[in-house]
Design a protein around this ligand. Structure first.
Ligand code: 1GP
Length: 248
């Protein structure tokens, strides 16, 4: 498996992809097995596992349980350098390039480096860009950074460009889990025009229509957590919508 090659190939072919985010803090074995079945039936492309807090949940146990239920590639979406587990397939090595918190630009990465090197995980260096979303999301609060104002599409686009120029392989435009307002179409279009690497978009996406609109605006991979946690039966409609989107 080479996750990055697959992402590049999909982008090249104009195939849009869907990742479902699993928060180990919220997941019981029953809900995880149900989710894994729904995701497999709907051909969900990736499972992202992780969280900004990870208070009680066990990342490794969650990943191993999901692995026992399905064959969907699992990518860690870490909230801190402690969120590493060898049983996943890959990890987003996030640098929070919209913020000016040095610990999240480079500090956590130094602490994670030796274990990551031994882990065998595919490392996906990702420029992580927080966009203001109408409410204070956990990631905004915990990261102690200011998100880019929602209407400042030029700042977000130049931030994404700088991330690509620094050698990052993916850009993740994030409104935050449970965002009141997801990343706008104008923002996605502006970022997409500036970069050539794959663009991930997440936070507050609640409908197949919004997922499709994001794809048409230039998102390559859509991430959804809260909404499908509430209602896993939505997974198939969202996956169908995303997979049937063709690039405009
Ligand atoms: C959060 O982008 C993800 O990091 C998903 O957000 O839970 O709001 O779908 P939601």
């Amino acid at each position: 498996m080479n996750i990055y090659q697959d992402l590049i190939q999909a982008k090249h072919e104009g195939r849009k992809l869907l990742a479902i985010l699993v928060d180990p803090d919220k997941a019981s074995e029953d809900s995880l097995s149900h989710l894994a079945v729904e995701c497999s039936k709907s051909k969900v492309d990736y499972l992202f596992v992780g969280g900004s807090l990870l208070a009680q949940g066990d990342l490794g146990k969650t990943i191993r349980f999901l692995k026992s239920c399905c064959t969907i590639p699992i990518i860690i979406f870490p909230g801190s350098h402690q969120q590493i587990d060898e049983s996943a397939d890959g990890i987003l090595l996030l640098s929070l390039i919209s913020g000016r918190n040095p610990d999240l630009l480079i500090g956590q990465h130094i602490l994670a480096g030796p274990r990551l090197k031994l882990s065998g995980l595919e490392i996906l260096p990702t420029g992580y860009i927080l966009i203001e979303s109408g409410n204070t999301t956990t990631v905004q609060y915990v990261s102690n950074t200011s998100p880019i104002p929602a209407e400042k599409t030029d700042i977000a686009a130049c931030t994404a460009l700088a991330g690509e120029q620094l050698g990052m392989k993916l850009i993740f435009a994030e409104a935050g889990s449970g965002a009141k307002n997801p990343v706008s179409i104008e923002m996605i279009q502006a970022i997409n025009k500036m970069i050539t690497i794959p663009l991930i978009v997440g936070g507050g996406i609640r409908t197949p229509e919004k997922a499709v609109a994001n794809c048409n605006a230039g998102a390559d991979l859509i991430v959804i957590g809260n909404k499908v946690e509430e209602d896993p039966s939505l997974i198939s409609a969202i996956a169908n919508a995303v997979h049937n989107t063709s690039r405009i």
